[in-house]
Design a protein around this ligand. Sequence first.
Ligand code: LRH
Length: 479
Amino acid sequence: AAVTTYAAVDLGASSGRVMLGRIGPDTLELTEVARFPNGTVNLPDGLHWDIVGLYQHALNGLAEAVRQAREEGGLASVGIDSWAVDYGLLKGSSPGRMALLGTPYHYRDQRTSRGVEHTHQRVPFAELYRRNGLQHLPFNTLYQLAAEDLLWMADKLLLIPDLLGYWLTGQQLTEATNASTTGLLDVRTKAWDTELMHTLGLSPDLFAPVAPPGTTLGTTRGELTELLGAEDLPITLVGSHDTASAIVGTPLSTPNSAYISCGTWGLVGLELDEPVVTDDSRRANFTNEGGVDGRIRFLTNVMGTWLLSETLRTWERRTGQEQNLAQLLAAAAEVPKERVSVFDVQDPRFVPPGDMPQRIAELCQEQQKPVPQQPAEIVRSIVESLAAGFAEALAQAAQLAGRSVDVVHMVGGGSLNALLCQATADRSGYPVIAGPVEATAIGNLLIQARTAGTITGTLEEVRELISRTHHLTTYQPRG
Ligand code: LRH
């Protein structure tokens, strides 16, 4: 059967990558074409992203993807996804030639606390939740906008993947799954809530029209032809919120499967057909984000590998020595139970970058728990605490949605962490099926392939291709 080649640009908080996907009715092969670091950029006015650098890396990666796809009939299209909520502001009267205003902020920047207060004075959280169905995250776009100094100058706002799409094509749209993370989308109609915008003093003209995954944004600008080595490359909207693509790329094996998409965050929840917007779901801080094909991602943000990676970064800075995660995890597996402290990974002190071992020690002291001392003890305590956070969220998701969960799928970087997968199985009581690690890129590629007609079917049918082509590891709960 015919195999077609697609490229995914997938930007995570700690790295970005360009992946090539060869896809056919029985084929799903991924190769990494480019990988580049990403992270916080500390400027005098706060934490930012190096968005122009990311764009340049994506372009170079795409040029390489074009080269590699040449013998295989060329690249059929490109899809872009990234973390949610962040945006760039644009200025200009001609839609095809707008300039970026300022440097996009990183969602971990602390300015948003001002925005939360300001927003809730106008619209109390309970009402916001009824309208947008979103969990409270202090960095949801609407809170960022309430603290945004450059807003008065801006003509347009584009979320990160849409901004890169604009730079590639000159066309502006707001992809629907990521739009759902702004807080400005109506959870039921899935359209911009212009009434809410007016109440918050935001002009609806600031926002580009919402379009679902499967829409063709446009083709690459003529000015990029030489650099890319290709003309008129189509950019297809996919689930541009990375978590939306990750859930497409999760081979949910039963109707009662839960998932954990574990990268920087651990996104724990269920795929539903209808939102759950109740007082209980609001209090438990469960979100109803938009999924591909109009599905609902009913989930909550649990701390993810951020805690581990910031811990390793702290030790690297302190010792000047590169830390080896695999070795640390192997040592952590040997730590006896009585040396492990389970702490609350949801404590807000862990959100900003910084010295996590110090913060863990402070939290444990405050709660009169033993402070883990050695690196292996700290790593083991982090892993067990993450698993405890996941287990709690899984139980809540099932209860709030009135579902009986039978299995948990762990995808993303965390699925490679056997200690974490086993601890999650043990603490939740559910079997954990781990993999694929590249669920986000897979989800991105599969929606492009379905849009072009290389594959067909519902998400369930599309996911079968993943379980047929990828090796998954099952962790049974113990004791
Ligand atoms: C994960 C993610 C998550 C959002 C956060 C901002 O990368 O997109 O779904 O809550 O970043």
